[in-house]
Design a protein around this ligand. Structure first.
Ligand SMILES: C[S@@+](CC[C@H](N)C(=O)[O-])C[C@H]1O[C@@H](n2cnc3c(N)ncnc32)[C@H](O)[C@@H]1O
Length: 394
């Protein structure tokens, strides 16, 4: 049995008696140098976390197997903490967790925000652009910082998205003697903060961005290779993202389908497969700008580029359906119960899609969109190229 005791910035004096007893009884104490320094000396062997920790952890656990080990963790060990990692590795029956108030509980207490109404994001080990999904007029949320530079990075992004007047509070060293709260607008914040901090953002006024698929075409940088808004919304509806699912966006163009799939839920993942070098950079830039910087971009042509990719729950073929082997490779990689959607605009791709429909079934839909545009001083319909959409479940 391993114990994991949460400890706050108030250190040993703030630790409840139950946790102190577990620390005292331990034969081995593990933690960061900062956490170990908070615990008064005793007989226990002290093991400072090596860096990087994850690779070394299994070896460490093995070495001290059979000993009474107490791991020190910051705040609540089950909140973005080592507690969750240890339970994943050892199972819940072998890990005893002693929670402490998390930094987020402390932040909510200082701000007067109800915890259950507070969205919490983390930029620890992730690009700060992940906050984009939550930025909207009137929205507010907390961000766990990676370091003292995170608040300025977050503020610069808010300003670049038209939220320079957002109220930003940086809550540093919560619970400790050095605790401080800095308050300013996003456009004013450009300096480093103490390393241990949480950022509270109140967006205030700025441009809105809907969460449902069908973002305006202008949301994307593109060279014309973009699934247009109305067709995109219908395509995402046919793909039907479910939390935790993985999409392959084959022939991703500007990346819009994979991006809107990833925006459906934080746990949705997408891989964009694209052969055109310029488009690869554009996909990554669009993904970051629209709040899903974790979108994976794979360079190369299907079907060869699909080799070795993790099996998807859904596949969108926006390009390459006429190419020998693409449809077969996609169909065989798709998980049972998964969805495949292909959009065809040319006669050739329509023929490939129709052959697929005859062989595998599913549904064929023809999407014909017209947009009203000025014709001199009058208004007329401009018809976009019709799209044949094939959607099939495996
Ligand atoms: C990996 S998470 C761990 C959270 C921790 N398990 C908890 O419950 O507070 C680390 C994040 O919490 C923040 N953090 C931890 N202790 C803090 C404190 N006392 N004051 C402000 N932020 C803190 C760090 O800046 C970082 O963003």
């Amino acid at each position: 049995m391993i114990s994991v005791a949460g400890i706050g910035a108030d250190g040993w004096p703030g630790l409840p008696e139950s946790s102190r007893q577990v620390v005292h009884a331990a034969e081995v104490l593990m933690g960061s140098a900062r956490q170990l320094a908070m615990v008064p000396g005793g007989a226990a062997e002290r093991v400072e976390w090596p860096s990087p920790l994850m690779a070394a952890l299994p070896g460490l656990l093995e070495r001290y197997q059979g000993k009474r080990v107490c791991v020190l963790a910051s705040g609540d060990p089950m909140f973005f903490g080592i507690g969750g990692t240890l339970i994943r590795m050892l199972g819940p029956e072998r890990v005893h967790v002693l929670p402490h108030p998390s930094s987020v509980s402390l932040a909510c207490a200082r701000l007067g925000w109800a915890l259950q109404d507070t969205t919490v994001l983390s930029v620890v080990g992730r690009p700060a652009e992940v906050i984009r999904l939550e930025v909207n007029p009137g929205a507010r949320f907390l961000v766990l910082s990676a370091d003292g530079g995170s608040p300025a990075r977050i503020a610069a992004l808010l300003t670049s998205w038209g939220f320079g007047s957002a109220r930003v509070r940086v809550l540093a060293d919560l619970g400790g003697q050095e605790e401080q709260i800095f308050s300013c607008t996003a456009s004013e914040l450009d300096t480093d903060m103490p390393a241990l901090n949480i950022v509270a953002v109140e967006c205030g006024e700025g441009p809105a961005m809907a969460r449902v698929p069908g973002l305006p075409d202008e949301s994307y940088a593109h060279d014309g290779q973009l699934t247009k808004r109305e067709v995109r919304a219908m395509t995402l509806a046919a793909l039907g993202p479910v939390p935790g699912e993985l999409l392959w966006d084959v022939g991703a163009g500007s990346g819009s389908i994979g991006i809107e799939w990833s925006r459906a839920h934080r746990s949705c993942q997408a891989i964009a497969i694209e052969s055109h070098p310029e488009r690869l950079t554009r996909i990554a830039a669009n993904a970051a700008a629209l709040g899903v910087p974790g979108l994976r971009v794979v360079a190369g042509r299907a079907p060869a580029a699909l080799d070795g990719l993790p099996a998807p729950d859904a596949i969108f073929i926006g390009g390459g359906v006429t190419r020998e082997g693409v449809l077969d490779a996609c169909w065989s990689a798709l998980r049972p119960g998964g969805r495949l959607v292909a959009n065809a605009v040319t006669m050739e791709s329509e023929a490939a899609v129709f052959a697929g429909y005859q062989r595998l079934g599913g549904e064929l839909t023809r999407i014909a969109i017209s947009r009203a545009t000025p014709v001199g001083t009058f208004t007329g319909w401009k018809t976009m190229m019709p799209v044949t959409q094939w959607s099939v479940k495996k």
